[in-house]
Design a protein around this ligand. Sequence first.
Ligand SMILES: Nc1ncnc2c1ncn2[C@@H]1O[C@H](COP(=O)(O)OP(=O)(O)OP(=O)(O)O)[C@@H](O)[C@H]1O
Ligand code: NI
Length: 352
Amino acid sequence: MSDLEMNKQEQNISEATIGGEEEAERISRNNEPLLSVQNLHTRFDTDEGTVRAADGVSFEVEKGEILGIVGESGCGKSVTSLSLMGLVDSPGYIADGSVMFDGVDLTELSQSELRKYRGSRISMVFQEPSTAMNPVYNIGWQVGEPLRIHEDLQKEASRTRAIDLMRQVGIPSPEDRVDDYPHQFSGGMLQRAVISMALACEPDLLIADEPTTALDVTIQAQILDIIKELNEELDMSVVIVTHNLGVVAETCDRLAVMYAGRIVEYGTVDEIFNDPRHPYTQGLIEAVPDPTRDGQKLSPISGTVPSLASTPKGCNFESRCPYATEDCSKSDPRLREVDDRHFSACIFDNPT
Ligand SMILES: Nc1ncnc2c1ncn2[C@@H]1O[C@H](COP(=O)(O)OP(=O)(O)OP(=O)(O)O)[C@@H](O)[C@H]1O
Ligand code: NI
């Protein structure tokens, strides 16, 4: 890349980030939260253009708080959560923004410095428990692995701790199951084991990306109960990523609703369910499957998420929005406070 192009790229980045900087300032609370993500931009340079998967994302997580990141498929939820831990692979990169965790900007750390955080102070759990476990090692060995890596525990001690951890997440008779291999566990039990591995070093923050999506409905509820219990017992902060609003209603304290790479509504669960302000959030709530009608969606949002390689100039949601006016195609709304600590990125305070 020539100097000129480089300059141009830098200029584009700074032009694009000003709205996000203001947004970050608006939502920031005065006390220092455990995690503060500010104006995060994560991009993928592809043949189709630059995919802006996280396009100026800001949110905070306090100690002991459970934040839910919700939105349809392709909105940038997973890329955002992977960005927190420096896990976005090439061609993806963090173009701008910061991820302050307990006073340290994680985006400034090298991979080897980040490894000291992963699995110890910050743990991650993903959708598919089988991919988190290695089929050739027994469960106890893997659950105890973070303790051998980060806390220098010996083989026997890590096995004993693994049994305790497995008990803590409700695996029955853990002393009999500790030497089992992953294929001997059901999906739900395996996800419990993965969570117990994530807890081994008592992390301050657990990031769970669709932790229950691959599981049966009843098992889903059990896993969420476990996450909630652990959050309360250990005062552990949690970020749960999900496309399912039903999942977050009972589990989370606060929600960040994501659309096309941005957070479009941010507030407590109560505010967002009782008084949703962004038309996208209103649409998501109306689209929650109704259990009394065989899980049929009441009224799905029409249209689809725009390609994040070429988002429209005005409001990203305009083409799907029932309240759109001419002004919407000219504006680029960012989060602003519409009620006490309740933020929406719509030009209307209360679209109805
Ligand atoms: N390696 C990659 N290369 C190019 N684009 C990518 C890459 N990974 C993700 N993206 C793009 O980033 C955007 C956000 O993807 P992401 O996986 O974060 O969505 P999501 O909200 O987690 O969706 P889902 O609910 O389906 O998991 C999508 O448009 C996706 O196509
Ligand atoms: Ni995802």
